[in-house]
Design a binder for this molecule. Structure first.
Ligand SMILES: *[C@@H]1O[C@H](CO)[C@@H](O)[C@H](O)[C@H]1NC(C)=O
Ligand SMILES: *[C@@H]1O[C@H](CO)[C@@H](O)[C@H](O)[C@H]1NC(C)=O
Ligand SMILES: *[C@@H]1O[C@H](CO)[C@@H](O)[C@H](O)[C@H]1NC(C)=O
Ligand SMILES: *[C@@H]1O[C@H](CO)[C@@H](O)[C@H](O)[C@H]1NC(C)=O
Ligand SMILES: *[C@@H]1O[C@H](CO)[C@@H](O)[C@H](O)[C@H]1NC(C)=O
Ligand SMILES: CC(=O)N[C@H]1CO[C@H](CO)[C@@H](O)[C@@H]1O
Length: 832
């Protein structure tokens, strides 16, 4: 048994080693690869060292491409696009299987066509133009993160700080233009926009850049996004400082060109940093991998070998360059493992035009190009920057950036952005381990120190300093003039809404020049829909027509103390017997419904609630309201009026015999209308809230409406016949009084009649002191005897009643009370 197993092991071993030796024997001794970049540029010089280090590491590593050496050929294109193309052609002549580079997006666009034709993968670690990912360039492989993600990060920053409009300054080439266009897309997803695009020529002079900046300063946006190359970008900061554009109120967001320039510097130039205090910039986020620390630890050694005295540090682009060579090595390893050979064949298209001086027929097509490209897209390993893998769209997975704030003499990381979870103060690696959670609450950054050394978030916009006023459309009302109307004598616009607006504008921290423009024909209330449409038209016209000046048209609508107005339906009191109890029963009936001319209530009733147009009746004034309600639906009036709350409140104060029925049936807020994204809307809303808190809103309300309301209610006290007061009960009092007097009189007559009869029967009994014969005495004694008779008689009546009750056999206690009350009419009267 043991023996068999031993034999089997030998068999297996020989099989494997046989396969391996066969494999290796099929692999070439060396593979020629090209690298093209400007060693003169900040990225290029770091990348050159990193690429050489990677090639050395791979050639010394027996686990990858065993027995095969990478044969690197470098060309220095010195940032020149033409040289770049010529050098790329030279590579193609010499059977190169892949090219690392180029540095710039512009060159990448041109070379991509060449790469497509000759099937040579182009692997760029620094061409970040988002459009290079397009299907047009299958042989272009971006081995870094596309600017599409950087622009998403910038848009997330803009959204996080609540800015609505930004200005972009960018170099007008493929790299600048396409990234900014991607930024525009991302901003519009977040309901923000690029207000002004300020491009400048590649290689622009200082004066040209200053001119661009002057135009930018005239814009109201103070959030500036700078996407440039280091050479021109640094000039922008210098000029901006000179023009006072690096001061309080400005926001500068520089893309990663800035960190790619600053990071390699061994000593940061304090003078240079002073031009960019408070700037926010981004940096590709790379993980702390083993390869990264190994590379950094031997960096100074590598530098000595390669560049002699010049000293610079490793930057993230250097790491991407290093990883790019490894990607290629891994892909070649897989390529050879799957039986790929390196062979080239002439391009038939070039053969046709050969022999005209240019040695074009030397250009040949890499037969295994397609297979190698496939293998490149399938790489999956741990690089110096983190896990290296492409998604189906050809993008490196887990794109992430550091958010860096430039303060004093250094760079401070204030947070991270990752495609996985947005802005965060926790590093993306930690977040990748948790389930994705991207809500508004999870978005967080540390405090940023903004230009002007403040931690207070800049507002992000100002009024353009060109003296233009904002135009404010004001409905010239004909009825309910207390809210807003034009004074016919002075031509001044006045009213509750105007006072609130002026008070709110005065609360703003900055001056707002404005002009009130009445709207309406002076015969009936203007239509709000028309007015709102005017805002939209004016807004677009000014945006398109005059790039520099945006005019905000501002409409004063109706406001209530709560700063919203709601629709309410009202019915007359006389109609309370009618079936209408609220809006539902109103819609269900066939009765006409009144609305205020120009009010949105008409559209609301017709379109939202589906009330037939024929049932709607336009009413122009409170007088018409009153008349229509009094007439009622049967006599050509209306059953109810639907209107906004403030008008109805005022109307009811003036006409208390009508009442509101049902509850308010829409709560949509109405107040001041702004063009979309007007930055003024937030500030003015805050100011109105402040007015409401400090009581000014109530005071303005009282000034315009309270006097009306109180005088009206006093006047109504007198002429309202339905009101119940002491006089309302006068008839009742009269009847009651007369009945009392009548009953008393009968009782007195009755008593006197009995007394006189009794006196006639028994005069002695009534003569207590007969000896006293004086007349006055006899009159007094007569009265006394009458009273004693009345007293005795009362007692007799009670006794008789008792006897009677006892005779009936009832239980005396309870029955006596009953008989007493029922018998004596006098006592009943007395209770009256
Ligand atoms: C090659 O690798 C070995 C260990 O694997 C190491 O000792 C040696 O220094 C390396 N040589 C170079 C040139 O990197
Ligand atoms: C390369 O660097 C040298 C010296 O720093 C400079 O004079 C030259 O203009 C640079 N060339 C390019 C193309 O940037
Ligand atoms: C490798 O080259 C040989 C001839 O040199 C050819 O027959 C074979 O098909 C090639 N294999 C691949 C995968 O291209
Ligand atoms: C980025 O995120 C979006 C959605 O959040 C996702 O669809 C996309 O695949 C991600 N891209 C990468 C490269 O991770
Ligand atoms: C997401 O984060 C918020 C705030 O940190 C937390 O309240 C919420 O529960 C989280 N949701 C999930 C699904 O983890
Ligand atoms: C063509 C080729 O690469 N041949 C190699 C095959 O492997 C043996 C040893 O493993 C080498 O000696 C050959 O040079």
């Amino acid at each position: 048994m043991k023996f068999i197993f031993y034999l089997f092991s030998i068999f297996c071993y020989s099989l494997c080693s046989c396969a391996q030796s066969q494999n290796i024997s099929g692999w070439p001794d060396s593979v020629r690869i090209g690298a093209q970049f400007a060693r003169n540029s900040t990225i290029g010089r770091v990348a050159a060292v990193a690429v050489l280090a990677a090639v050395n590491d791979i050639n010394n590593d027996s686990n990858i491409l065993p027995g095969t050496k990478l044969d690197l050929h470098m060309h220095d294109s010195s940032c020149n696009r033409f040289l770049g193309i010529v050098q790329a052609l030279q590579f193609m002549e010499k059977d190169t299987v892949a090219i690392i580079g180029p540095l710039s997006s512009t060159t990448a666009h041109v070379l991509s066509h060449l790469a497509n034709e000759l099937h040579v993968p182009l692997m760029s670690f620094s061409a970040t133009d988002p459009t290079l990912s397009s299907l047009e360039y299958p042989f272009f492989v971006r081995t870094t993160v596309s600017d599409q993600f950087q622009m998403t990060a910038v848009a997330d920053l803009v959204e996080y700080y609540g800015w609505k409009q930004v200005t972009t300054i960018f170099v007008d080439n493929d790299y600048g233009r396409n990234a900014i266009s991607s930024l525009g897309d991302e901003l519009s997803k977040r309901r923000s926009k690029i207000l002004y695009k300020a491009p400048f020529r590649p290689g622009a002079s200082n004066n040209e850049i200053a001119d661009v900046l002057i135009k930018v300063a005239m814009m109201e946006s103070r959030v500036i996004i700078l996407h440039a190359n280091p050479d021109s970008g640094l000039v922008v900061f210098q000029q901006a400082l000179k023009l006072g554009m690096a001061s309080n109120g400005y926001v500068w967001i520089a893309t990663d060109w800035l960190t790619s320039y600053l990071d390699p510097s061994v000593h940061l130039d304090i003078g240079l940093l002073s031009t960019m205090q408070g700037v926010i910039t981004l940096r590709h986020h790379t993980e702390n991998t083993r390869r990264k620390s190994m590379l950094s630890s031997k960096w100074s050694e590598l530098l000595k070998e390669d560049s002699g005295h010049s000293r610079f540090l490793l930057s993230t682009y250097g790491l991407y360059a290093y990883d790019t060579v490894w990607m290629l090595a891994h892909a070649l390893d897989a390529f050879f493992s799957s039986g790929g050979n390196i062979s080239f064949s002439p391009d038939p298209k070039l053969n046709e035009i050969s022999g005209r001086g240019l040695n074009l027929e030397a250009l040949s097509v890499f037969d295994g190009g397609q297979l190698l490209l496939e293998k490149i897209h399938q790489v999956d390993f741990m690089g110096a920057t983190g896990p290296i893998k492409f998604d189906s769209g050809g993008n490196l997975i887990q794109p992430a950036y550091d958010i860096v704030n430039i303060i004093g003499s250094g760079l401070r990381t204030v947070g991270y952005w990752s495609n996985y979870s947005g802005l965060s103060v926790i590093s993306p690696e930690t977040l990748y381990r948790k389930p994705a959670n991207r809500t508004r609450e999870t978005q967080k950054l540390h405090d940023v120190i903004w230009p002007g050394e403040t931690i207070k978030k800049p507002r992000g916009w100002v009024f353009p300093n060109n003296g233009n006023e904002i135009k404010i459309g004001v409905p010239n009302r004909v009825s309910y003039r207390q809210f807003v109307s034009v004074d016919s004598e002075t031509g001044m616009v006045r009213g509750l809404c105007i006072d609130v607006f002026v008070a709110a504008i005065n609360l703003l921290a900055y001056p707002v020049p404005y002009r009130l423009i009445p709207f309406g024909n002076n015969r009936e209330n203007p239509s709000y829909s028309e007015l709102i449409n005017k805002i939209l038209i004016d807004d677009t016209r000014s945006t398109l027509g005059r790039f520099v000046i945006i005019i905000w048209l501002f409409v004063v609508l109706i406001i209530q103390s709560s700063y919203t107005a709601s629709l309410t339906s009202i019915l007359t009191v006389q109609q309370l017997t009618s079936p209408i109890t609220g809006i539902d029963s109103l819609i269900a009936s066939d009765d006409p419904i009144g609305f205020q001319v120009g009010s949105f209530a008409e559209n609301y009733l017709a379109h939202e609630l589906g009330v037939a147009h024929s049932r709607l009746k336009a009413l122009g004034s409170p007088e018409e309201y009153k008349k229509a309600l009094e007439l009622g639906p049967s006599k050509g009036g209306v059953a109810a009026i639907v209107d906004e709350r403030p008008y109805i409140e005022l109307f009811l104060y003036q006409n208390p015999k009508f009442a509101v029925v049902g509850s308010e049936f829409t709560k949509s807020g109405w107040g001041f209308a702004f063009p979309r994204d007007s930055p003024l809307s937030v500030d003015l809303s805050t100011a109105i809230l402040e007015l409401s808190e400090n009581g000014d809103l109530q005071r303005i309300h009282d000034k315009w409406l309270a006097s009306d309301m109180s005088s009206m209610s006093q006047a109504n006290d007198l002429d309202d016949p339905d009101r119940l007061d002491v006089y309302s009960f006068s008839a009742l009092f009269l009847i009651c009084g007369l009945a009392c007097i009548f009953a008393l009189a009968i009782h007195a007559c009755n008593l006197f009649y009995q007394y006189s009869r009794h006196a006639a029967e028994d005069p002695a009994a009534l003569q207590p002191s007969a000896s006293d014969g004086s007349r006055s005495l006899s009159r007094r004694s007569k009265l006394q005897s009458f009273l004693s008779f009345a007293d005795r008689r009362e007692a007799d009546i009670r006794k008789a009643a008792k006897d009677k009750a006892a005779g009936l056999g009832g239980s005396g206690g309870s029955m006596s009370g009953v008989s007493f009350t029922s018998s004596g009419s006098g006592s009943t009267t007395a209770s009256c």
